[in-house]
Design a protein around this ligand. Structure first.
Ligand code: FE
Ligand code: FE
Length: 186
């Protein structure tokens, strides 16, 4: 049996990401509509525009490799989007739905961060420096999005705790060191 090379693994994972990003282009507008917080909605809309750029970067990489831009079903992203959709069908207290949206979105971002980190590194090893550069740019945007979601979660989780009383509880907490990205679930 023919064994797969690193280049073939790289191409395979790029196809997986291409499928994942295209699924997100379709799913993000639906998720954006579910948000109650204006800031959260515009965050989703902004990331939708970035995501279209992620699709284009992948197309550029396929083209430079002389490969057809085609996806390979990303079961993980299909599952994350399905879970997010199911969550949106639940009957939440005010504010809790936005907390759920952030949780769904951060799961997506973390998957993308892991995947782009790997293909970016392989691109470098394979001498594909232009691709490495493009993949790094996308990786940076995914990380920024994740951090923005964590920032938004502070107020949204506080609302989910029950408005004003939630806020007081948050302020009573021991201040945590700032600057490092934290998960919304922390
Ligand atoms: Fe993306
Ligand atoms: Fe993303």
């Amino acid at each position: 049996m023919v064994k797969l090379s690193l280049r073939e693994l790289y191409l395979d994972e790029l196809r997986d990401l291409y499928d994942a990003e295209n699924r997100l282009v379709k799913a993000l507008p639906k998720l954006a509509k579910e948000g109650k917080s204006q800031e959260l909605r515009s965050g989703f809309e902004e990331h939708l525009e970035q995501t279209k750029g992620h699709v284009e970067r992948l197309q550029e990489i396929f083209e430079a490799m002389g490969e057809k831009a085609s996806g390979k079903r990303c079961a993980a992203m299909a599952g994350l989007i399905q879970e997010g959709g199911e969550m949106m069908g639940a009957d939440f207290e005010t504010g809790v739905k936005d907390a759920a949206l952030i949780s769904a979105a951060q799961r997506v971002e973390h998957y993308e961060i892991a995947a782009y980190g790997c293909v970016r590194t392989w691109a470098g090893l394979l001498g594909e420096s232009e691709a490495q550069n493009l993949l790094q740019q996308t990786l940076n945007e995914e990380k920024e999005t994740d951090e923005k979601l964590t920032e938004l979660s502070e107020e949204i989780n506080s609302d989910a705790m029950g408005g004003a009383s939630g806020k007081t509880r948050m302020q009573d907490e021991v201040p945590r060191p700032r600057g490092k990205s934290r998960s919304a679930k922390a």
